[in-house]
Design a protein around this ligand. Structure first.
Ligand code: Z5A
Ligand code: MG
Length: 212
């Protein structure tokens, strides 16, 4: 058993469609918290470093024909295999910045017309983020940014469907941000909000009730 210090880290999540700037903001937040001496780690899903992550990586890069439900369950399994390590990190007092999570899992699969409730069910009971920065932008505009179209899901019409599902998943922990703003302008808000959440989470129990 881990020693339970009363001060835990915050679970800060970045979600959104492709090229919305999630990884850019996650890295920026990591650097500035780290520079402030806040214990912090950065995590990305899919976590392509694990065995399951390797399968997902292969699927995304090759467009390898895999049953939609099977790949959905692999993305979810990839989160479950990381849960206990993420939990230990947070309970140790380290803030975790996560780049994509179960909301992406549901959004991309439901956009392939799998039932929303079915898509949510394998992730029920995962760690619950304390705040979700939802980077919102139309696929049309995101497509103008670099690197669009290299992987399987990077098609405009599909990304619009993904965005529609994301909208259905909004909860009160969500902060919707206009992802068309400049990196600096977005970060000003994200940095401030994150420091506030980190303070608020201290002493609060860690939640493991995603979608319960
Ligand atoms: N997927 C799934 O199906 N199920 C799941 O459970 C999970 C994921 C977890 C791979 O994800 C795929 O997996 C993804 C969802 C699916 N499919 N798609 N599409 P990924 O996270 O590995 O995807 P990615 O290829 O790394 O792209 P991304 O994460 O979507 O991009 P981003 O992180 O949001 O954007 P970025 O890399 O920070 O920025 C993109 C570009 O825009 C870059 O050139 C930046 O310099 C630029 N940028 C960033 N911010 C700005 C602003 N504010 N202004 C102008 N330009 C900017
Ligand atoms: Mg990214």
């Amino acid at each position: 058993e881990k020693s339970k210090s009363s001060i835990r880290g915050a679970f800060i999540l970045f979600e959104g469609c492709d090229r919305a700037g999630k990884s850019t903001q996650a890295a920026k937040l990591f650097e500035s918290l780290d520079a402030l001496g806040v214990p912090v780690k950065l995590w990305k899903f899919p976590d392509r470093t694990t065995l399951i992550g390797h399968m997902i990586d292969k699927y995304l890069k090759s467009g390898h024909d895999l049953d939609d439900r099977a790949i959905h369950l692999l993305f979810s399994a990839n989160r479950w295999e990381c849960k206990s390590v993420m939990k230990d990190i947070l309970l140790d007092g380290t803030t975790l910045i996560v780049d994509r999570y179960a909301y992406s899992g549901v959004a991309y699969s439901a956009a392939k017309d799998l039932e929303l409730e079915w898509c949510k069910s394998p992730d029920i009971g995962l760690l619950t983020p304390d705040i979700v920065f939802f980077m919102d932008m139309k696929a049309e505009e995101a497509a103008k940014r670099g690197g669009f179209g290299e992987e399987l899901y990077e098609k405009k019409e599909f990304q619009e469907k993904v965005r529609d599902v994301f909208m259905l998943l909004k909860e009160r922990t969500w902060e919707t941000l206009d992802a068309r703003k400049s990196v600096t302008e977005l970060y000003e808000h994200i940095g401030k909000m994150s420091l506030k959440i980190i303070q608020e989470c201290k002493g609060l129990p860690l939640k493991e009730d995603l979608w319960k």
